[in-house]
Ligand binder design. Structure first.
Ligand SMILES: [Zn+2]
Length: 295
């Protein structure tokens, strides 16, 4: 998607344009961005995707600002003003303050281009973070004689899980190499995450006693947990950590609806508070959201 501003074409999470805005580092937003040599994004996002050299300043005459999106490290929204008219682009957002102290600011705008990942159905109403963090920690504590696999995506959610395990359970979880790479970038920006990298001596030692591992979703499955139980001679449980846990079944011992997206009701509130007269969705199905706002 592109916006025209002051004679420039601005790509929104797209490499097409005179310059581009990259909202955050997830692949569905950053794909192809290596082709763009002029990118406006937070320092953190550019570091995660390895495109620091493509950072560009806001061109003269373009009135653009970035707001926190609360979705993952470095995630931002964009507000562009031209001739007194404001357009906001949300990328992915979370309105609740997360374990790292971030949440989305709500832009004031005339036109809103936004995500609607969980905007298809009011059934998507997530419990507060505090409640979900507590449910996850209590699952870890009440199964303290078992090894545990917590499945989530590796960019953003895995780091959130590491922090929750550090703070709530006093546990440094085992992580794989690709999660470790992202944890290192978080560390460069001052986010402390205690973890053990699989294959290291410390991880081997812990894995011979009892361990909690933060793993990609594909490994938080019962068949994989059974293989680990055989290999380590210890009962192994697995849990899926995703917002889709509200409506989907997983081949796991537990599922927790921890999401770094806004739910249906938060998206609705976001639209109302933005004051936008025009609303467009770039992902997800927002028809029921708009219906719910009709007088
Ligand atoms: Zn995202």
């Amino acid at each position: 998607m592109r916006l025209q501003c002051n004679g420039f074409a601005l790509g929104l999470d797209s490499p097409e344009g005179d310059f581009s805005f990259l909202s955050h580092a997830h692949k569905d937003h950053s794909a192809g961005m290596g082709r763009q040599k002029k990118i406006i994004a937070s320092e953190e996002t550019l570091a995660i995707v390895g495109l620091e050299k493509s950072a560009c300043a806001i061109p003269d005459g373009v009135n653009l600002k970035m707001l926190d999106a609360g979705h993952m490290l470095g995630s931002r929204q964009l507000v562009l003003e031209e001739d007194g008219r404001k357009t906001a682009y949300s990328g992915d957002i979370s309105l609740k303050e997360n374990v790292f102290g971030h949440k989305a600011e709500i832009p004031q705008c005339d036109r809103l281009i936004m995500e609607a990942t969980y905007g298809s159905d009011p059934v998507y109403k997530f419990p507060g973070y505090e409640q979900t963090y507590e449910q996850i920690s209590s699952f870890i504590r009440s199964n303290d004689s078992s090894n545990i696999l917590l499945g989530c995506y590796e960019l953003g959610k895995a780091q959130e899980m590491v922090r929750i395990l550090n703070e709530r359970c006093g546990i440094a979880p085992v992580v794989n190499e690709s999660t470790e790479e992202i944890c290192r970038v978080y560390g460069r920006f001052g986010v402390k995450l205690d973890r053990l990298v699989i294959g290291s001596e410390e991880a081997e030692e812990v894995m011979n006693r009892r361990f909690v591992a933060v793993v990609p979703m594909r490994h938080a499955k019962r068949y994989f947990a059974r293989r680990l139980a055989d290999a380590f001679g210890k009962k192994t449980l697995c849990a899926a950590i995703t917002g889709w846990a509200l409506t989907m079944r997983f081949d796991a011992d537990a599922a927790f609806p921890l999401s770094d997206h806004a739910d249906f009701h938060e998206l609705r509130e976001y639209i109302i508070q933005s004051g936008a007269k025009e609303v467009e969705f770039f992902c997800g199905d927002g028809r029921r959201l708009l219906e719910s706002l009709r007088p």
